[in-house]
Ligand binder design. Structure first.
Ligand SMILES: [Zn+2]
Length: 272
């Protein structure tokens, strides 16, 4: 038995042995509204309740070993995120988000800050309609732009009536204070726990960049179980958050970004 096998075996036992993640257990126990189901579709609360995070034995390098359900994290060929470089320009159907203002429902799920969206916000992506389920944040960015890491990245997670997932990714760079993010930042829980419902209204559309130029590829969830078949659209133009706003999130999540995965045989397309 090689040391690699030994380590894998140890991790396998750890996974099967049921060292359940307390954060995940808490979330599983907190009921299952539509929005929380939405969370699980992006791996935010995962049925297997296996603890995972962004460093060490339970970090991204080992996600595939933690649970049988996470195998594709290690063996998948269409994983996200990727480095957005060597793209092919193509005539793609535009992305048309149609987000509505909504009451703020925000949760710290132990892996990120997530805003659960009430029904009514949608996007037309590649000619298909997708409902906006939730959006959440990563620090630093998960995608790279020709090797460049951004301060943060925002993911708008969508699902079609047929169950297909599509994510709109938005880079965040340091700059002016972002007024649209302010009410979310003011209410975000500093510790993992149940969804916090507020009467504050937020406007997710204000978190999109002006330019609709984008990259497009077929990828996966960037958190366990890393399920493939996710249609990715990452906007070229970043939005801005102030240094203080970025620091506030980074204080809670110093690193919650999966490293970039190889493109393999996929095409990375860029809108004209
Ligand atoms: Zn994400």
């Amino acid at each position: 038995m090689t040391s690699k096998t030994t380590r894998r075996e140890m991790l396998r036992r750890l996974a099967i042995g049921g060292a359940a993640c307390p954060i995940c257990m808490a979330l599983v126990g907190s009921g299952s509204s539509r929005a929380e189901t939405a969370g699980s579709s992006h791996g935010a609360s995962h049925g297997a309740t296996k603890h995972w995070n962004y460093e060490g034995e339970t970090g991204p390098e080992n996600w595939g070993e933690l649970s049988a359900e996470f195998r594709v994290c290690e063996f998948g060929f269409e994983q996200a995120p990727v480095d957005l470089r060597n793209s092919v320009r193509a005539e793609l159907k535009g992305v048309e988000p149609a987000f509505r203002a909504m009451p703020l429902k925000v949760v710290n799920n132990g892996h990120t800050i997530q805003v659960n969206c009430e029904p009514g916000s949608q996007s037309r992506i590649d000619g298909e309609t997708f409902d906006l389920l939730q959006f959440h944040f990563h620090h630093p960015s998960e995608h790279l732009l020709s090797g460049r890491v951004f301060e943060m990245e925002l993911h708008f997670v969508h699902k079609s009536a047929g169950g297909k997932l599509a994510v709109l990714g938005v880079f965040v760079q340091k700059g002016a204070e972002n007024k649209a993010i302010a009410p979310i930042w003011a209410s975000m829980p500093t510790e993992a726990g149940p969804v916090r419902e507020t009467s504050t209204r937020i406007d997710p559309a204000a978190l999109l960049p002006e330019s609709r130029r984008f990259f497009r590829y077929q990828g996966s969830l960037t958190t366990p179980p890393c399920s493939e078949g996710v249609l990715w659209t990452v906007f070229h133009q970043p939005i801005e958050l102030s240094e203080a706003q970025i620091r506030k999130f980074a204080g809670l999540f110093p690193v919650n970004a999966r490293p970039a995965k190889p493109l393999n045989r996929r095409f990375l397309l860029q809108s004209l």
